[in-house]
Design a protein around this ligand. Structure first.
Ligand code: 5AD
Ligand code: FES
Length: 347
């Protein structure tokens, strides 16, 4: 047996490798090795989740952001970005529609620093009061510990905060000096300690990344043990400082999805919109590589173009119902099915 396949086998059995071994796996990617990893990952995912694919209704609540991340189209210095913030009534209408489509998780995602913690708490309480059988996921960036505690007490179930990269030097290349890797890590530790199902995640192929930085991301997931991990290829947005950088690869993203599944068999792992943007059948291939979550867009169609993290984003013209049907068809075509369930992590 080849050295790389042996490492995949060991990872599938023990769910741990050294940093150096992760780096060997990342650097050694070939089509054959990726196919092998996907096959092992698929088996592990089926053992935990069968052919169920969990669905999350994604509501992009605001394109306003106080941060200035070099890669992101919502960065505050981007004068070309049209800013909007949904009203509470609009957000609740999205939930109402989503509930009708069978979604039992709503993800409120937006730029950082728009909503006060008190506002978030009031929204969460209202959603939980109206749809008590639904999970609420927040993805609103960094807050102080006490604010996260209040959101959790208000009933929020999950929180997504991508770590973006686990390499502090690489983090500093992707973000201006005002943003700190240490605070990001503090937030993630807080969220976990508060009992949120916590999601981290990173971009694949962000400018300056190497097999070493990606190996650090894998090691971080192994040690942090998040409930969720969102990854997608870096895609340039033309009005950002990284707008002329080459995009990350769908193939590498798919391979990393498989490795993440091997690291944590019960991980909630989405086949992301960025992956579906990088390759026409990216989300289907993401599921086949080991993912088990999809996040159709529930945002009002009139704001979708404005939530432009990167160029070419799919689903900006479709109604929510179209995205729901489109994804259901795509999953069925590959032998999976979208389920009506909260979709909590299985232990
Ligand atoms: N390409 C790919 N993903 C991006 N994100 C932000 N900008 C880009 C981009 N240009 C991702 C980040 C962020 C999430 C909401 O979107 O990882 O955490
Ligand atoms: Fe939105 Fe396919 S998921 S159009």
């Amino acid at each position: 047996m080849m050295k790389h396949e042996a490492l995949i086998d060991r990872l599938a059995q023990t769910h741990t490798l050294t940093l150096a071994e992760y780096e060997v796996l990342v650097a050694g990617q070939t089509p054959a090795l990726a196919a092998y990893a996907a096959q092992r990952a698929d088996a592990l995912r089926r053992a935990v989740y069968g052919t169920d694919v969990y669905v999350r209704g994604l509501i992009e609540v605001s394109s306003v952001c106080r941060n200035d991340c070099y890669y992101c189209g919502l960065r505050r210095s981007n004068a070309a970005c049209e800013r909007y913030t949904l009203t509470d009534a609009q957000i609740l209408e999205c939930c109402e529609a989503g509930y009708g489509y069978g979604f039992r998780t709503f993800v409120l995602q937006g730029g950082e620093g728009v909503f006060t913690a008190a506002h978030v708490c009031a929204l969460v309480r209202e959603i939980k009061a109206r749809w008590p059988d639904c999970a609420v996921t927040l993805s609103l960036g960094e807050y102080p510990t006490a604010d996260y505690a209040a959101m959790r007490a208000a009933g929020a179930d999950r929180y997504l905060l991508r770590h973006e990269t686990a390499d502090p030097a690489h983090y500093a290349r992707l973000h201006p000096a005002g943003m700190s890797f240490e605070n990001r890590m503090r937030c993630l530790r807080d969220l976990k300690a508060l009992g949120f199902q916590t999601g981290c995640g990173f971009m694949v192929g962000s400018p300056g990344h190497t097999p070493q930085t990606l190996a650090q991301d894998l090691k971080f997931v192994e040690t942090f043990q998040p409930e969720m991990c969102g990854i997608g290829p870096f895609l340039p947005q033309k009005d950002t400082p990284m707008g002329k950088e080459p995009p990350g690869s769908a193939e590498q993203t798919l391979y990393l999805l498989s490795l993440l599944r091997l690291i944590r068999p019960n991980l909630l792992l989405p086949a992301t919109t960025a992956l579906g943007t990088a390759a026409q059948d990216g989300r289907e291939r993401g599921i086949l590589a080991g993912a088990n979550v999809v996040m159709p867009n529930l945002s009002p169609v009139e704001v979708r173009e404005k939530y432009a993290l990167y160029d070419g984003k799919i689903c900006t013209g479709e109604e929510s119902a179209q995205c729901r049907d489109c994804l259901a068809r795509r999953m069925e075509a590959i032998g999976f099915r979208i389920v009506t369930a909260r979709g909590d992590i299985r232990q």
